[in-house]
Ligand binder design. Structure first.
Ligand code: AMP
Length: 299
C-alpha cells in the first residue's frame, strides 16, 4: 500500500560550527517522502517555485516518488536557514521565507485521494486539515507538528487533533501543548485531545509510543558521527509510516517494528547534510541496523 505525504518541499541553508551548506534539498515532505520510499510507494503533495533545481526533481524521481501532487509555481520556493551550536543539539532559525507555499491550499488530484496511509508532515495546520478533508477514505493518518504552530495556530491544531489517528511531536512540544512536565502524564492528556496513538520524540534518546495497549520505549540508533540532524524527525515519521504501509494488516501488530525502522532511517539522515546520507542508503543497510539495534536492547 502506498503513502501520501504533504508538507514543505524546501531549499535549506544549514550552518554548523564546521561548514555552511547553502540551498540543499530540504523540507518536511522531502525528508519524510524519501525515508518512506525505502518501504512503500510514495506520493508527495507540495509546491515549489521557479528557483527549484531540476536535479532535486530527479532526486525525488530516483526514489520512485510520485510527483503528480507536486505543483510548480512562479516565485520563490519555501526557504529555511538554520544554524547549529557546537553541541549540534541546539539550533536557531535564522530565516524562513514562505514563498510559494504562503496561502497555498491545493485541490489534490483525484488519484491521490484514495491513499490509505496519509502523513501530514510538519506544515501549517490549516494546510494539513485542507489535505485531510480531501482524503476522507484513508485508513491511517499521522500528523507531525512544531512549536511554531503551537504558538501561532493553536486552535487549528486542536481541531486537527480530533481528526487524526496519530500525533508525533517532541518532548518539549508535548509539554507546551499540555502544560504538563511529566511526558507520560502529558501523553495521556494528548490522547484526550483526540489521537489514539501518540509518539513523543526525545532526539538521541529515542521515543515513546503510547497506544490503547500501553507504552513502548524505542531507542535511537547510536551513531558515532553526527553531521546534521536537520530532517531527522521527518525521516523518523516517514520511515515509520512507510513501514506501516508495507506491513498492512492491523496497525497495532506492526507499530513497534515501524518505530524502530523510523528510528534507524533517521540515524542515516543525521550522518550527512540535508538528504545527502539518506539518499545514499539502501533498504539492506537499514535492515542491518535494525538487527544491530535489536541486539543492543535485548535483555
Ligand atoms: P526537523 O529537523 O525534523 O525539524 O526538520 C527540518 C526541516 O523542516 C527542514 O528541512 C526545513 O525546511 C523544514 N522546516 C523548517 N521550518 C519549517 C516550518 N515552519 N514549516 C514546515 N517545515 C519547516
Amino acid at each position: 500500500m502506498s503513502v501520501l505525504v504533504v508538507g514543505t518541499t524546501a531549499l535549506d541553508s544549514i550552518k554548523t560550527p564546521y561548514s555552511e551548506n547553502p540551498r540543499l534539498l530540504g523540507g518536511s515532505a522531502s525528508h519524510a517522502a524519501v525515508a518512506a520510499s525505502f518501504f512503500s510507494p510514495v506520493s508527495i503533495v507540495g509546491v515549489v517555485g521557479s528557483d527549484f533545481p531540476e536535479d532535486y526533481i530527479k532526486l525525488y524521481q530516483n526514489h520512485g516518488i510520485d510527483l503528480t501532487g507536486l505543483e510548480r509555481r512562479e516565485g520563490q520556493t519555501f526557504f529555511w536557514e538554520g544554524e547549529y551550536e557546537v553541541n549540534m543539539n541546539n539550533r536557531q532559525t535564522l530565516e524562513t521565507v514562505l514563498g510559494v507555499i504562503e496561502d497555498w491550499l491545493p485541490e489534490i488530484p483525484s488519484s491521490l485521494r484514495e491513499k490509505q496511509y496519509v502523513l501530514l508532515a510538519n506544515c501549517e495546520p490549516k494546510l494539513q486539515r485542507h489535505i485531510l478533508n480531501q482524503t476522507q477514505n484513508s485508513r491511517f493518518v499521522i500528523a507531525d507538528t512544531m512549536d511554531l504552530w503551537l504558538n501561532i495556530a493553536r486552535d487549528e491544531l486542536m481541531a486537527l487533533l480530533k481528526e487524526i489517528d496519530c500525533l508525533v511531536l517532541n518532548d518539549s512540544e508535548a509539554r507546551q501543548l499540555t502544560e504538563i512536565d511529566n511526558v507520560v502524564v502529558a501523553v495521556k492528556k494528548i490522547h484526550e485531545l483526540g489521537p489514539k496513538y501518540v509518539i513523543v520524540k526525545k532526539g538521541e534518546h529515542g521515543s515513546i509510543l503510547s497506544t490503547p495497549k500501553g507504552l513502548f520505549i524505542a531507542p535511537a540508533f547510536p551513531i558515532t558521527e553526527l553531521t546534521d540532524p536537520t530532517g531527522a524527525g521527518d525521516s523518523f515519521v516517514g520511515g515509520l509510516i512507510g513501514y506501516l504501509a508495507s506491513a498492512g494488516g492491523e496497525i497495532e501488530d506492526h507499530f513497534r517494528r515501524a518505530i524502530i525502522h523510523g528510528s534507524v532511517t533517521a540515524s542515516f539522515c543525521c550522518q550527512g547534510f540535508g538528504l545527502n546520507a539518506t539518499t545514499q542508503t539502501t533498504r539492506e543497510a537499514i535492515d542491518a541496523r535494525v538487527t544491530e539495534l535489536e541486539a543492543l536492547v535485548r535483555f
